[in-house]
Design a protein. Structure first.
Length: 295
């Protein structure tokens, strides 16, 4: 019987912690590290081993996952905090963070120079998908490396090889475009329906199953009805992703008017104090715009 791969998981926040629990449930031995150790400590009760440095976690691991805030954090962990030096040449690095594609490509190149294989494998599905093990995983890198980790990815969700290094991050940015624009569309529709005399909750129920159906309508539409904006996905992170989309669009000489507009709305919402509210909280910003217009 083949032994389970040993996994190091660096970054155990809103997404990382439930992903670790899915790996543990699937029987993988997991060593965890988080900058704020208090966020990793509860995973010990689930069977994880906690260590106090990322390099210690990476030493002896077959797979090293990162789920960090941005590209700077990923590069710092790899090359300044000693993870790349600690990794075995037989190990595979898997970055599930959402970072700019050029940074993902640069990290992959620097790791390849050291003889280390890597995948950029951002995810979609939010905390609900991370908890249920139903994430959509977009993997950039060598197809053979994706296949080699099929058992690991299966514990987390559904993986698709989308192209060479950096392609996973490009697909995640495209995913975030759709998420942001759809959140904006659902929020505006909620405002219109209520202004016209309809119940927001009844409006959402009425269009479920029609052409407007989506996970955004299902989950974030419900958040808007309940006015529950405790973050599953923080608006600051949504803005970070939209900034990366627009930078990529500029580098490719593309005009993306819908994305440009919703990016501005998120920038205004974050500036108004909405950074740590769920991205469905864009509704609050759009409501405020309409109050000003009607004053």
């Amino acid at each position: 019987m083949t032994a389970k791969k040993k996994i190091a998981f660096l970054g155990t926040g809103l997404m990382g912690a439930p992903m670790v629990r899915c790996l543990l449930k699937a029987g993988f031995p997991v060593t965890v590290w988080n900058r704020d150790g208090a966020k990793a400590a509860p995973l010990v009760a689930d069977g994880a081993r906690q260590v106090h440095s990322p390099s210690e976690a990476a030493a002896g691991a077959d797979v090293v996952f990162t789920m960090l805030t941005n590209g700077t954090a990923v590069s710092d962990i790899l090359f300044d905090k000693g993870v790349a030096d600690a990794m075995s040449k037989d190990a595979i690095f898997v970055d599930c963070s959402s970072i700019a594609p050029p940074i993902a490509k640069e990290n992959a190149g620097r790791l390849a120079d050291r003889g280390i294989r890597s995948l950029d494998a951002p995810v979609s599905g939010g905390t609900a998908g991370a908890t249920a093990g139903t994430l959509a995983i977009m993997a950039g890198g060598d197809a053979a490396d994706v296949a080699a980790l099929s058992d690991v990815f299966a514990a987390l969700g559904r993986v698709t090889h989308v192209g060479p290094s950096g392609a996973g991050q490009i697909c995640k940015l495209a995913n975030q475009q759709i998420v942001a624009v759809t959140i904006g569309a659902v929020a505006e529709a909620m405002i219109l329906a209520e202004a016209g005399g309809a119940s927001r909750a009844a409006f959402r129920d009425a269009i479920r199953g029609g052409f407007a159906e989506s996970r955004i309508l299902e989950l974030h539409g419900q958040r808007m009805v309940e006015r529950n904006f405790v973050p599953g996905g923080a608006s600051a992170n949504q803005l970070k992703d939209l900034d990366a989309v627009m930078a990529m669009a500029e580098s490719l000489s593309l005009t993306l008017p819908l994305t440009h507009q919703v990016r501005q709305e998120f920038a205004d919402f974050v500036a108004e104090g909405g950074a740590e509210k769920d991205h469905s909280g864009l509704l609050l910003h759009l409501e405020e715009l309409n109050r000003k217009d009607q004053a």
